[in-house]
Design a binder for this molecule. Structure first.
Ligand code: SAH
Length: 359
């Protein structure tokens, strides 16, 4: 063990069991910690009343419990709420809570900045700073849940009332693979945050070498940011395409291990004159023929100094119709919280959100 205290929230149950054992304790004690850590309001080992006092003292010596305090909160006119969290090293990350009629979706970040360099995305221009630890990923959910509880927006006796979780904030989740898996284990653990896997979606620009492993190790939903149907256009929009061109990505989608009847979400941001012709809609239909999927057409959230405009509503509907005629489930998603994205950009040094609502 290292001298610096470990953060218990960096471990899933298996990790906590190993940690307890490294302190000469039984595996059961590790599980006991897990069943306390994510109860609302737990910030100290002293609150874990059924742990032996000697064990609590040992924990104080070797471990900590991190949490995010005092998020910077901005409310959008459309009801979505943006949370800015200042990390221990002063970096800032954001999460966006998106209320809809029948669900409450939280969009969370997986990295500080992003290294993928997508040319239409504001986060790309921040560059990459670092990966988030598992605790920094799950603490976004904990802090928003606690905010909802203390503002009486949800009932205290219920578990997390955040109904859906999407990894669509800052960062490329599959570039932070191990921490992502640990975080998903904590989020889905009944003793942890107890959010069903089917309510969690991880969005990736197509880090192909991690996709199969993700499907084997979790049963979360997968979303793929495709955004173009030919390699020339996708190379311009998404540099990752030079490493994993469209045909390789589509093959990985076909082979993605998932339960019967589950479908991959294909995301396609509609950029005026770039990827929004009817020919491209036909080509998209052809490409996805053997991929069990549904398609989200994203309205572009214009970003300062970037040379892109969103497609018109008419073009989006025409594009959607082509795909519908080919029997795809295809939805147009409008961006939520765009009015506060700019304000949040000021607080977080050009942060912006990409959160979508169903229509
Ligand atoms: N790195 C992950 C998560 C990114 S955010 C990924 O690439 O999938 C989620 C979605 O928002 C992605 O599909 C991303 O391409 C899209 N996006 C980024 N900037 C956008 C913008 N300005 N307007 C609309 N969608 C955007």
């Amino acid at each position: 063990m290292t001298d610096s205290p470990i953060d218990c929230k960096d471990f899933d149950t298996e990790g906590l069991v190993q940690f307890a054992e490294s302190l000469g304790q039984s595996a059961f004690r590790g599980k006991q910690i897990m069943s306390w850590l994510y109860k609302p309001g737990i910030v100290s080992f002293d609150q874990m009343t059924d742990l032996a006092k000697s064990f609590r003292e040992l924990l104080h010596k070797h471990a900590t419990i991190s949490f995010f305090s005092e998020p910077i909160i901005e409310q959008s006119q459309d009801g979505s709420i943006k949370f800015g969290f200042v990390l221990a090293d002063s970096n800032i990350i954001e999460s966006v809570l998106i209320p809809e009629e029948d669900r409450l979706t939280l969009c969370i970040s997986s990295q500080v900045g992003c290294s993928m360099g997508c040319s239409f995305c504001g986060t790309a221009y921040l560059g990459f700073t670092r990966n988030l630890s598992p605790s920094e990923i799950v603490n976004q959910v904990v802090a928003v849940r606690d905010y909802l509880i203390s503002n009486h927006l949800i009932d205290k006796v219920q578990k997390s009332e955040i109904t859906n979780l999407v990894f669509m904030g800052m960062g490329e989740p599959l570039n932070n693979f191990d921490n992502l898996i640990t975080a998903i284990n904590i989020l889905t653990d009944q003793k942890g945050l107890d959010i069903a896997s089917r309510r969690i979606t991880v969005s990736t620009c197509g880090i192909v070498h991690h996709m199969k492993k993700l499907g084997e190790r979790t049963s979360i939903n997968l979303a793929i940011s495709l955004h173009a149907v030919d390699n020339q256009t996708r190379n311009l929009l998404m540099p990752i395409n030079k490493k994993y061109p469209i045909e390789v990505l589509i093959e990985a989608c076909k082979n993605y291990p998932m339960k019967k009847r589950k479908r991959i979400m294909i995301e396609y941001v509609m950029l005026d004159g770039v990827n929004d012709s009817l020919e491209e809609a036909h080509e998209l239909a052809r490409l996805l023929q053997a991929v069990p999927c549904k398609i989200n057409l994203l309205t572009y959230n214009p970003t300062e100094n970037l040379p892109y405009q969103g497609s018109s509503r008419e073009k989006m509907i025409g594009f959607q119709n082509v795909l519908r005629q080919k029997h795809y489930s295809v939805f147009i998603r409008s961006s939520r919280g765009s009015d506060i994205a700019a304000a949040c950009g000021q607080l977080a040094g050009k942060l912006r959100g990409g959160s979508y609502a169903r229509q």
